[in-house]
Design a protein around this ligand. Sequence first.
Ligand code: GDP
Length: 206
Amino acid sequence: MIVLSAEFVKSASGASGWPPPGPREYAFCGRSNVGKSSALNALAARKALARVSRTPGRTRLINFFDLVVAEKTRAGGRGQQHRLVFADLPGYGFAGGPREEREKWQEMIEEYLTRREPLDALVVLVDGALGAQPSDVEMVRWGESLGKRVLAAATKIDKISRTHRSQQLDRIAGQLAVPKVTGFSAKEHLGVDELWSALVSTCGPA
Ligand code: GDP
């Protein structure tokens, strides 16, 4: 994919702060430290796009990014263009954290998942070396129960030896009970095109 533009739009905690409904939206979620910022930067081909979410106070908000991308033609030129939005959801998996904080997170995500019209798919990132954790399984089931399409990707796949990668991806797919998990590494730029293909397979032209 050729990324023509990628821009941070805004952060929001609730519906009143969301950008107006626009092109199809893809919501990225995962446990804290799963490699979500690195994955977003790799997909957007920007070094520090998702760094904005590191601004204190923004880690508990949903961060919206606008992107315009073009498919690569066989000859290496620019093919069909797509306009889409990435929504970077705050990380989960803070077991043991204050209950009030967990409830706030759940309320914010539930409102987003149930009411955000342009939302096309939930992209659940799982640590590829660690395997799926109970909170990841819960996230996938929750998304599905709300009728959302779920795409699963395993981050940091470079940490797994090449010979064991497909076995590990199958294992994670089994844990999550999903048909497919895309292996991904921001560090070694693996799975970037594959994840992009899954994302744009349903999104219309720009
Ligand atoms: P976030 O908290 O989910 O946004 O995660 P970050 O993108 O900040 O990454 C968390 C940690 O994982 C950092 O120390 C990264 O350097 C590391 N990390 C992220 N992506 C990769 C990857 O593809 N491979 C490896 N080996 N480490 C990664």
